[in-house]
Design a protein around this ligand. Structure first.
Ligand SMILES: Cc1cc2nc3c(=O)[nH]c(=O)nc-3n(C[C@H](O)[C@H](O)[C@H](O)COP(=O)(O)OP(=O)(O)OC[C@H]3O[C@@H](n4cnc5c(N)ncnc54)[C@H](O)[C@@H]3O)c2cc1C
Length: 359
């Protein structure tokens, strides 16, 4: 097929851009570096148990943006799963986020909603909560000694003065009933879209290339790492990476919920995911005598590692600005998504940014 546009990178941002282009009548070539589409939202189904494993860590779809909710619901239906996160501190389990359930259990009190603000204004209380639930966890996540984690963070942590233990405030939430991979298959299922995997786009001067061959000079939407596109000529943008340890266990239910955060610095992992809990509607999965858990470890990113969380500081902002200035000089090129924008986006924000692009 002759093409009008190229989308390089088939994560949720690239697939949304490709779909919009195709629906506006343009013929789109989607080039994806990995063997499969879906980017970091990609899942894998365990054949024995039918459990959907989120290969890059738990992904819960949640949004308050009507256009995004409407857009994704054209392609998939959600199961209504509502996300809750528990915290394990010294072997005891608490409900996050910071609200009445956590505060009352931790301090052994029975506060009423109207009493929470005054109670938490007492520095001894807020410090005790911070030390138990935030200091160790934040130090593991950002690779800093706990002593260097500033107590002022606690002032920015929202406190709920009720028993709402829903982790997200968004009223639209869920996991695709047919799995995340089906979202990508359906987004890309259009006569104007051709997809090629194992196809990493490179930039040579101002020319985009695939396997050394120049690509047609058409509008191109790139969502790979912006520094990689320019051969890291100014240096690497810093990231935090994650390492996952997946285990299949001969128990029906390991922790009774999908995510438990381990908040102490002495526990090497940050959280344990148990994926079967994301599909409570699937009796076969829930009744399987086995379960699959994944321990998540956070680490400093090194070249070759998968980038997960951008490290926002003065140096990284300056470096990003240099790469953005270079990208602006390349004709026909739009850079976006989490890797292109060097920005943490939830899935809905990634889709929103793709829906808002002037195409
Ligand atoms: C640990 C973790 C948990 C998260 N949990 C949630 C959650 O619960 N809910 C939520 O809403 N969001 C969550 N997110 C955010 C979510 O992962 C992102 O919003 C989403 O992945 C962004 O999609 P993207 O298309 O921008 O990037 P990606 O998914 O990274 O896609 C980019 C694609 O570009 C490809 N690519 C790279 N270079 C090239 C190249 N040169 N040529 C061609 N292709 C290339 C890559 O292989 C990849 O497939 C989480 C993120 C992390 C890190």
């Amino acid at each position: 097929m002759s093409i009008d546009c190229i989308v390089a990178g088939a994560g949720i941002w690239g697939c949304t851009v490709a779909r919009r282009l195709a629906e506006s009548g343009r013929r789109v070539l989607v080039l994806e570096k990995r063997p499969v589409v879906g980017g970091n939202v990609r899942c894998e189904i365990d054949e024995e148990t039918g459990i959907e494993i989120h290969s890059y860590g738990s992904h819960i779809f949640h949004t308050h943006i009507p256009e995004v909710w409407e857009f994704v619901n054209r392609f998939i239906k959600f199961n209504g799963y509502q996300h809750k996160v528990l915290a394990n501190y010294e072997g005891r389990i608490y409900y996050l986020p910071l609200g009445l359930a956590l505060i009352n259990k931790f301090f052994g009190v029975e506060l009423k909603p109207g009493e929470v603000a005054d109670f938490m204004a007492d520095e001894a209380h807020s410090k005790a909560i911070f030390d138990a639930f935030f200091r160790g966890y934040t130090s593991k996540q950002w690779g800093k000694p706990p002593e260097e984690i500033d107590d002022s963070i606690i002032k920015r942590v929202p406190v709920r003065s009720n028993y709402d233990v829903n982790y997200f405030n968004d009223y639209n939430q869920g996991i695709p009933l047919t799995g995340y991979n089906s979202l990508f298959e359906r987004l890309l299922d259009h006569p104007n879209i051709e997809v090629r995997c194992n196809a990493a786009v490179e930039l040579d001067g101002a020319t985009l290339k695939l396997s050394g061959e120049a690509l047609p000079a058409v509008p191109t939407y790139y969502s790979g790492p912006i520094d990689a596109l320019f051969g890291y000529r100014f240096g690497h943008l810093p990231w935090r990476t994650l390492r996952f340890e997946t285990e299949k266990l001969d128990v029906k239910d390991y922790q009774g919920t999908s995510v438990v955060n381990y908040t102490e610095a002495s526990v090497p992992y940050t959280r344990i995911h148990e994926f079967k809990h994301y599909h409570p509607e699937d009796a076969a999965v829930m009744n399987s005598p086995k379960t699959i858990i994944m321990r998540e470890y956070s680490a400093t990113w090194r070249p070759g590692d998968e980038p997960y969380y951008p490290v926002d500081n003065t140096e990284s902002r300056e470096l990003l600005a240099k790469y953005q200035a270079e990208a602006a000089k390349v004709p026909n090129l739009t850079v976006g998504g989490r890797l292109g924008g060097y920005k943490y986006y939830d899935m809905d924000k990634s889709i929103e940014s793709a829906l808002n692009l002037a195409l």
